[in-house]
Design a protein around this ligand. Structure first.
Ligand SMILES: NC(=O)c1ccc[n+]([C@@H]2O[C@H](COP(=O)([O-])OP(=O)(O)OC[C@H]3O[C@@H](n4cnc5c(N)ncnc54)[C@H](OP(=O)(O)O)[C@@H]3O)[C@@H](O)[C@H]2O)c1
Length: 256
């Protein structure tokens, strides 16, 4: 049994039974930390729903949680849009002591940075996201954000404008890379992913397929950001397929 509980087997490119954390870290870590990479991590049911009972967490299982945590562990910054922060009840971005020790031994900052993406700045400066953050969070917003909310958040976070009316993905990447945060890991949600796809800013996608049929009216993992023109297909290369009791953990990279 693996150290963190859920047994995960590799099916592709090689068959390996019961992967250890080091093997998973090798699969999910960057090949070259000096090359910027923006990756998103999502989960969907087999019939394409990104939520069950309104939340993505309901689709998860220990295997997905294990890989979710390991992706944070190798990231320089975790990027999450405000809708997901609010609906999933995010607190401070703080990894556990084991992950922290691993990062320090690997020469990384003890904790990843946390970047929140919001147009409205409807974020509570007194919430745990900010109040007990181990690293001062970043709030990425636009020039049109309400000035009073911006002023209140500036007491607890670095608030940075990345566009006139919304966060432009290329500006988001430039801002993070300029701060040395090259390994960018996005945990959602669907509206932000829509912006990243439309701007062709995404380099990799980790997608968990949960072995459930959800039915209903759950959202897809991506929403269009507005009146964007129809897109050409964005081709992806399959990097690996892992299996844990019927839950598939897929990893794709954008073909450039
Ligand atoms: N299946 C999965 O893996 C997964 C992952 C994450 C979330 N979810 C689910 O998705 C649902 C939430 O969906 P959502 O579309 O509201 O999620 P979202 O993308 O997290 O949040 C949308 C909000 O984020 C901000 N935002 C997104 N893109 C922006 C941009 N380019 N510029 C400026 N602000 C931007 C805006 O915040 P303001 O309103 O503050 O301006 C916007 O209203 C929840 O049910 C959650 O459980 C599923």
């Amino acid at each position: 049994m693996s150290e963190r509980g859920a047994v995960i087997d590799a099916l592709f490119p090689d068959r390996v039974a019961d992967l250890g954390d080091d093997e998973l870290l090798a699969l999910y870590g960057p090949v070259d930390r000096s090359v910027p990479r923006l990756r998103a991590n999502f989960i969907a049911s087999v019939d394409g729903s990104a939520t069950a009972a309104g939340l993505s967490g309901e689709l998860g299982a220990p295997a997905d949680k294990r890989v979710f945590d390991l992706q944070r562990q190798v990231a320089d910054v975790v990027v999450v849009a405000a809708g997901t922060v609010r609906s999933e009840g995010y607190g401070a971005m703080r990894l556990g002591p084991e992950a922290e020790a691993w990062r320090v031994a690997a020469g990384l900052a003890a904790q990843p940075a946390f970047a929140l993406v919001s147009r409205s700045l409807d974020l509570d400066p007194a919430s745990d996201v900010f109040a007990v953050a181990p690293v001062r969070p970043l709030v990425l917003t636009s020039d049109s954000a309400p000035a009073d909310r911006r002023a209140a958040l500036e007491d607890v976070a670095d608030v940075i404008s990345c566009g006139a009316t919304g966060v432009e993905p290329s500006r988001l990447v430039d801002v993070l890379v300029a701060r040395g945060l090259l390994q960018m890991h996005c945990e959602g949600g669907p509206s932000l992913l829509g912006s990243l796809i439309e701007a062709d800013a995404l380099d990799a996608l980790a997608l968990t397929v949960s072995p459930n049929l959800e039915g209903g009216q759950g959202t897809r993992i991506t929403h269009p950001s507005g009146d964007a023109a129809p897109l050409d297909l964005r081709a992806l290369a399959l990097d690996h397929v892992l299996n844990s009791d019927g839950m598939l953990l897929l990893h794709y990279s954008r073909r450039r």
